[in-house]
Structures are given as structure tokens and as C-alpha cells.
Design a protein around this ligand. Structure first.
Ligand code: ADP
Ligand code: MG
Length: 260
């Protein structure tokens, strides 16, 4: 089973795009996919133009029936959306014992119906992000071609390292994913070189880069998956390859990625 948090402590680095595109790609490969949005900005529902009645808050806090709290985008692809109420989830969980294990307990009970669980998180390190990491144990880090994004990636890796020490968990970064790559730009070359060094030094696989592609923004504006909006676009081609790489990585033994 694939459980993955898409994390980078910086906003605007394709976390939501990557989550939605990979979720659809895995569903197209016949896998049963659950997307959990933990970002109070509810980005997944806005890029996919979903209008959920209930979502994360209702499921985790109000204990509403799971099926009422997801949107069935298709038979194989279900999404638990987030909203402003998600901030209340954080506050309420904060007062609970063993709060870091909240997702493990709650989603552990529904995950048997899925082959893939992808979790989109907000840029800041929050309790929800911690819960997501402790539950999923695998982190994918999209990194844009700028230094802040690079620093955000380091912060995500550090966060999982400290969780591993504090909670004796085994969270690992399964891959570094270069995004918004335009090889004509000098900065791109510099950041990609930095990523190669980071990948070797930390033994975290560097995945196939996602190119900058205007179809991504246009698809989001149209509330569509990339593959429905423009199946021939560059970014979709790249995400397809990344899905291949991830499938391979998940088949390898647990020590394939870094034990950060
Ligand atoms: N490969 C890409 N090419 C062009 N624009 C992109 C690409 N990936 C993401 N974007 C755009 O960048 C912005 C931020 O992406 P988003 O996925 O919302 O990031 P995050 O969730 O990390 O904040 C959005 O407007 C999105 O459409
Ligand atoms: Mg987002």
C-alpha cells in the first residue's frame, strides 16, 4: 500500500498540483485512491472544483460517517476535502493525549478500501502535518527552482528527522521531486545541481523533473485534472514518469529511501 504526504515548508511549490495529478494517475492505473486534504485553504477542492458538504473536520472531530465526508470523484478516486474548519481540527487535537497518532488511529480504520492514500498539507509545520507524517511514514518533497523552496525542503526533512527521534517513528523521504523546471533559466541549473548533491548526500532518490507548463495553471482554473485538460502536455508526461518511479520505489524494501 502506498501512503504518502506531499510536503514542503514553502507555499506555491506544486504540492496540491502534485497530489491531485498523481492521485488521478494512480486511479487511471486501476488503484483505489484516497486523497486527504489537510490544508485549511482547501486547495484540492478549489483546483478540482469540488463542492463537498462534509470533510476532514466532520470526519475527524464530529465522527461523521466516512462515506459522507468524502467526494467520490470517480469509482476509484475519493477525496476528503478541507475547509476553514480544519483549523479547529488542529486546536481540538492539540488538547488530546497521543495526538500525533490521531490520523494513524482514525484513517487506519478506513484505509483497507484503498491502495493509495495521498495527503496534501499546508506549508507551515502544524500538528496536522505531524499527524499526516506519523500516519503515512513516507514523504514526497516537491521542490521549485528557487532557494526558498530548497530551504523549505530541508525544513521538511528536518521535521521528519526530529519526529523520528522524538516519537521513535520511521518516517522517510521517499523522493525529491524537482518542479516548475525550465532548463533555460540559470537558477534552474543551480538548484538542480544542489538537488543532485542533496540526493547523493542524504541518499534520497531524485525523481524525474516536472517541467513548467502553462497547462497546469489553466487546468486548475478550469477545475480539471491535467490529463482531462491537456493529456499531451509536458507536465502530464512528466508526472506519468514520476508515477512509474514511485511505483518502483514502493516495491523496493523499506531502506530504499532515506531514513531521515
Ligand atoms: N509544472 C507547473 N508549471 C506551471 N505552473 C505550475 C506547475 N505546478 C504548479 N504550478 C502552479 O503554481 C501555483 C502553485 O501550485 P500549487 O500546486 O497550488 O502549490 P502548493 O500547493 O505547494 O502551494 C499554482 O498556480 C499552480 O497552477
Ligand atoms: Mg497547496
Amino acid at each position: 500500500m502506498i501512503r504518502l504526504v506531499i510536503s514542503n515548508q514553502r507555499g506555491g511549490v506544486s504540492k496540491t498540483t502534485t497530489t491531485a495529478t498523481l492521485a488521478r494517475e494512480f486511479a487511471d492505473r486501476g488503484k483505489r485512491v484516497l486523497v486527504i486534504d489537510t490544508d485549511p485553504q482547501g486547495s484540492i477542492s478549489s483546483v478540482l472544483n469540488l463542492k463537498p458538504e462534509y470533510g476532514l473536520y466532520n470526519f475527524v472531530i464530529e465522527k461523521l460517517n466516512f462515506n459522507d465526508c468524502i467526494v467520490k470523484v470517480s469509482d476509484l478516486l475519493h477525496v476528503m476535502c478541507s475547509s476553514r474548519e480544519t483549523t479547529k481540527v488542529e486546536t481540538i487535537l492539540m488538547g488530546q493525549v497521543a495526538r500525533e497518532n490521531a490520523f494513524t488511529q482514525i484513517f487506519g480504520q478506513v484505509e483497507q478500501d484503498y491502495d493509495v492514500v495521498l495527503i496534501d498539507v499546508s506549508p507551515s509545520i502544524t500538528l496536522l502535518q505531524t499527524c499526516a507524517m506519523v500516519y503515512a511514514k513516507q514523504v514526497l518533497i516537491p521542490i521549485g527552482m528557487d532557494t526558498l523552496s530548497f530551504q523549505g525542503a530541508m525544513a521538511s526533512i528536518e521535521a521528519s528527522k526530529s519526529l523520528n527521534q522524538l516519537l521513535t517513528t520511521n518516517i522517510r523521504t521517499i523522493g525529491l521531486l524537482p518542479v516548475m523546471v525550465d532548463r533555460r533559466l540559470a537558477m534552474t541549473t543551480t538548484v538542480l545541481e544542489g538537488l543532485e548533491g542533496m540526493s547523493k548526500g542524504m541518499q534520497i532518490p531524485l525523481l524525474h523533473a516536472i517541467r513548467t507548463d502553462q497547462s497546469v495553471t489553466k487546468a486548475a482554473r478550469a477545475g480539471k485534472f491535467l490529463v482531462d485538460f491537456d493529456p499531451k502536455c509536458k507536465a502530464y508526461e512528466d508526472y506519468h514518469q514520476v508515477a512509474d518511479e514511485l511505483e518502483k520505489l514502493f516495491k523496493e524494501p523499506v531502506n530504499a529511501g532515506s531514513k531521515t
